[in-house]
Every structure is written in C-alpha cells, then in structure tokens.
Design a protein around this ligand. Structure first.
Ligand SMILES: *Cc1c(COP(=O)(O)O)cnc(C)c1O
Length: 361
C-alpha cells in the first residue's frame, strides 16, 4: 500500500528511513537475537541504546553539560504537574497563556501554589502570542512558564520573553528539533515525543542542574527529577522502545546536517504554504504574521461545510488529517521534520484546485 502524506498534529509522521531501519532491526537487534522491545532495560545492549540516545540528543541540541536529560513517561501533560512540584520552591510561578496547553499547565500549577497569569492572548482567540516585558513577571517567582509553539492555534514565540533572572520553563512538544534553540536560555525544557521525535510514550525533560533537588517533600517519586536524574532515567522501566526510535531519529537529523539543516528544510516548507496563503483570498490564515508557527499551519475557508468537504477530498488524494483541532475548526497542516517538501507541494496544488472547483456563494 502506498503511504500517505499525514498532516496529523500528533502522533505524526516519522521519517521513512527511520521506520525502515526499525523494521530491519525488529526481530534481531544488532545480533542480540531479540527485538529491542523484548530486552531487559538493565542489559548492556539496552544500556548502550539509552546512553547513545542521550549522547546524540546532547549533540543535536548542543545541550550544555550542566543540564540533565531525562527520558520520562506520562506525556507533556504530566509535566504540567511535575514542573510546579519540582520547581516551586517559594510557591510562586508566572504563566503566559498562549493557547490550550499553556492554560492547562497553569490550571495544574494552581493546585500547588501561587500560579499567576502574567500575560494572555485569550481575548484574541489565541491568534497571536502575548507580548511581554520583564516587568510583567514577578522578580521573586520561581519560574516563568511558556508554551513555545502552540500546536492547536498554529502560533509560535518569535523571540523568548525577557524574564530577567527568573528561570524560563518551556513546553517545546511541537517544535523541539525543528530548529536550533539556545538551551542555556532555559531553566527547563520539556516535550512529549510524539510530535517531532518518536512514538507516543516518551517525554523528554532537559533541566538545569541547580533546579534539581528542590522538589517539595510530597512529590511522587516518579515525578521527582532528582530521582530520575540519579538513576539515569531508569528508576523503573523506561519507555524502552520509544527511546530506541528517538535515537534513530537523532541519527537521522545528524545525517541530514543537524538542526541548522532541519530549520532550512522547515522554513522552505512553511514558506511554500504561507506564501500561497498570502497571495490568494479563498483561504484565510487567522494567525498574526509575527506569531506564525513553522510546524502547525492553520487556515479556514470561512464556511464550515466547505472546510469539511476540503478535508474529505484531500484525504482521497492521500493528504490526510488536515482537520483543525476540535476546539477551533477549519484546517491545520502539521508539517513537522518528517513531512517531505513534496507533501506540502501536493497540499498547495490541492488547495488551489479545490478553490477553483468550489467557488463561494
Ligand atoms: C501535544 C501537546 C501537549 C500534550 O502532550 P501529551 O504528551 O499528550 O500530554 C502539550 N503541549 C503541547 C505544546 C503539545 O503540542
């Protein structure tokens, strides 16, 4: 069967060469006589997989030595609680609300302390990210939380907020590995793997060492960064197979030239799609230009019935999962690292054809 161009926001497309490599190694990994999913996580062969995964991620993202890399479970949503439990030393944290996930993170943090909304773009339907100045944040907050790329609305911070000396904590679930980031600007980065890294089930946390070991006493053991860091992410059974696939993805990124090359590829794809959106008036792109996401591109026809027809007809052409998030409607094309340029080309061709064949009343 032919493979489709899958524009799903997550779980999403994986690089085809990674899937092939995983298939090749499925029954017998590196002469071990077994699949990675059958292995003891304490075996030397698996220990090499997880340590290679960490080494490669450090290389890809240029993670400084004073940051720990943790391979965890529970999805990004579990980090909504883990972050306040581990980092709220004085009990205060400031949140920037730029969409649904950052709002959920804020609501979770409120259970554990004085979480405050420092800025929000809710009044504008999250069609842009809030602009902030340093004075918007409390100087004695334990951290400031942002969601760097807003998967549902298709927005992204084009620059990081200035938080002074307050550590910046960021949800990078839908933009990690899409372009270089300066890890040293963050106190902590977390990301669910299923958007741009690996199958669902793995969550990566990158945390500055001085923020480890200050968790409140009643923090569940499984959510305590110190426990996980001291045990090299193997306090219990880690998501072994996901970590192995993540390692293959890091190798794939390096083979293509690392995150600088990834950024160039992603910019080219996004420019093709936004360029088309900007030079026609059949589709509307609701996001402010200065907040556009390179990963999730949202657009509408302005007519819910036409939107529905668009998604159905696109699927027949092998362009699947273009329906917008249930809370916003319209269309969303998620064009993560693994989406080939050719997929976006086909999408733009289809959009143009659909517009001509379906004039608006
Ligand atoms: C998908 C997503 C989440 C939720 O991730 P889970 O792993 O399902 O908990 C959180 N934040 C962002 C930005 C996302 O894209």
């Amino acid at each position: 069967m032919e493979r489709v161009f899958n524009f799903s926001a997550g779980p999403s497309m994986m690089p085809e060469s990674v899937l092939k490599k995983a298939a090749e190694e499925m029954l017998n990994y590196d002469g071990s006589g077994m699949s990675v999913m059958e292995m003891s996580h304490r075996s030397p062969v698996y220990e090499k997989i997880i340590s290679d995964a960490e080494r490669l991620l450090r290389q890809v993202m240029e993670i400084p030595d004073h940051y720990k890399v943790l391979f965890l479970q529970g999805g990004a949503s579990t980090q909504f609680a883990a972050v306040p439990l581990n980092l709220m030393k004085s009990g205060k944290a400031d949140y920037v609300l730029s969409g649904q996930f950052s709002t959920k993170a804020y609501q979770e943090a409120k259970k554990y302390g004085d979480a405050r909304v420092a800025a929000s773009s809710k009044e504008d339907n999250f069609s842009h990210v809030p602009k902030t100045v340093r004075e918007d944040f409390r100087a004695d907050a334990d951290y400031v939380h942002i969601c760097l790329n807003n998967t549902i609305y298709g927005t992204k911070f084009s620059a990081l907020p200035d938080t002074g000396d307050v550590p910046l904590v960021a949800d990078l679930s839908s933009c990690i590995l899409s372009e270089p980031v300066d890890v040293s600007r963050f106190g902590l980065i977390y990301a669910g793997a299923q958007k741009n890294m690996a199958p669902a089930g793995l969550t990566v946390v990158i945390v500055r060492e001085d923020l480890i070991g200050i968790a409140r006493e009643n923090t569940p053991t499984m959510l305590d960064y110190k426990v996980m860091a001291d045990n090299n992410s193997m306090y219990n059974t880690p998501p072994c197979y996901c970590i192995y696939v993540a390692k293959l993805v890091y190798e794939w990124i390096l083979s293509l030239g690392g995150l600088t090359a990834m950024k160039a590829r992603n910019e080219k794809k996004a420019a093709l799609l936004y360029g088309y959106l900007d030079r026609q008036d059949y589709y509307l792109a609701p996001v402010s230009k200065d907040s556009r996401s390179m990963m999730n591109v949202t657009f509408v026809t302005g007519d819910a019935e036409l939107d529905k027809k668009f998604c159905a007809e696109a699927a027949k052409e092998g362009l699947v999962n273009l329906k917008g998030h249930r809370s916003v409607g319209g269309m969303r094309a998620s064009i993560y690292n693994a989406m080939p340029y050719e997929g976006v080309e086909k999408l733009v061709e289809f959009m143009d054809k659909f517009a001509k064949e379906n004039p608006k009343a």
